[in-house]
Design a protein around this ligand. Structure first.
Ligand code: F6R
Length: 247
């Protein structure tokens, strides 16, 4: 694992943007795996700047998002469909037919999972997958205990994940209890993976990722087996590494 430590979230976002732009310039029809949540917000801002100021072209790029809440309509302001339009897709020249996100309102959700996994086969796997990490070590919405060989599936969100994400909703009750997520195995199919983690609230997860034995209790630790992972982490998120177990 290649580790880049940055002084803050801004520098982290610029580095992640640089890697994504490099991927798109080397292969203009790249498939990008994308994440939502707070972690990629700065990166998406930098990508939009790059589109406006450096003429980065997304015309032939395709995107595959990691996950979506079950029960939220694509136009619901809390859905990840809405998030991606709001924070990236509406601001760059990507073709909306080239952007893929699981449908959390599908009538047959099991079929939706199978179809999404097939889509990853058909258009993917991502040339570059951008990942955030949950405080409990989840990647996508693969909560602790998810098998490393899992494909796209329905997951019950941990209470701690719902609480962590409640900040985006009016109240905790509004946070969905389930999501469709790419599985860990689906994520590991990506050719390159860029993991970003910023701020003190990620410090325990980053310490566990870098210091503990890989285990299904820590989903992000599956990445240790992947050949091409870059972890970009700011000083706050890195600060518990090298100081022994938290007490
Ligand atoms: C979102 C996703 C999640 C987040 C994780 C961290 O698509 O896949 O794994 O990356 O929950 O969330 P933030 O970035 O909000 O701390």
């Amino acid at each position: 694992m290649n580790i880049i430590i940055t002084k803050d979230n801004q520098e982290l976002s610029e580095k992640a943007c640089e890697l994504i732009e490099q991927q798109v310039s080397e292969k203009p029809d790249s498939v990008l795996g994308l994440a939502t949540g707070s972690s990629p917000l700065g990166t998406y801002k930098e990508l939009i700047k790059g589109y406006n100021n450096r003429g980065v072209n997304y015309e032939d790029v395709k995107t595959l998002n990691l996950d979506e809440y079950i029960g939220l309509d694509k136009n619901d302001s809390q859905s990840y469909h809405f998030f991606m339009r709001q924070h990236l897709f509406d601001h760059i020249n990507i073709n909306s037919d080239h952007t893929f996100i699981p449908n959390g309102k599908a009538a047959d959700l099991e079929k939706e999972c199978q179809d999404y996994e097939q889509l990853i086969e058909d258009i993917g796997p991502p040339d570059l997958q951008l990942l955030g990490v949950g405080q409990n070590g989840h990647i996508g919405f693969n909560e602790p205990g998810t098998p490393f060989d899992s494909e796209t599936h329905i997951i019950h969100l941990e209470e701690s994940t719902r609480q962590a994400n409640a900040r985006f909703f009016d109240s905790l009750e509004d946070v969905p209890k389930q999501a469709v997520t790419m599985g860990i195995q689906s994520i590991l199919k990506s050719r390159k993976i860029v993991v970003i983690a910023s701020g003190e609230r990620k410090a325990d997860a980053i310490r566990r990722l870098l210091e503990d034995q890989p285990s299904e209790d820590m989903p992000a630790s599956a990445l240790i087996h992947h050949k091409h992972v870059t972890l970009i982490v700011d000083e706050e998120a890195y600060k518990k590494v090298g100081h022994g177990e938290e007490t």
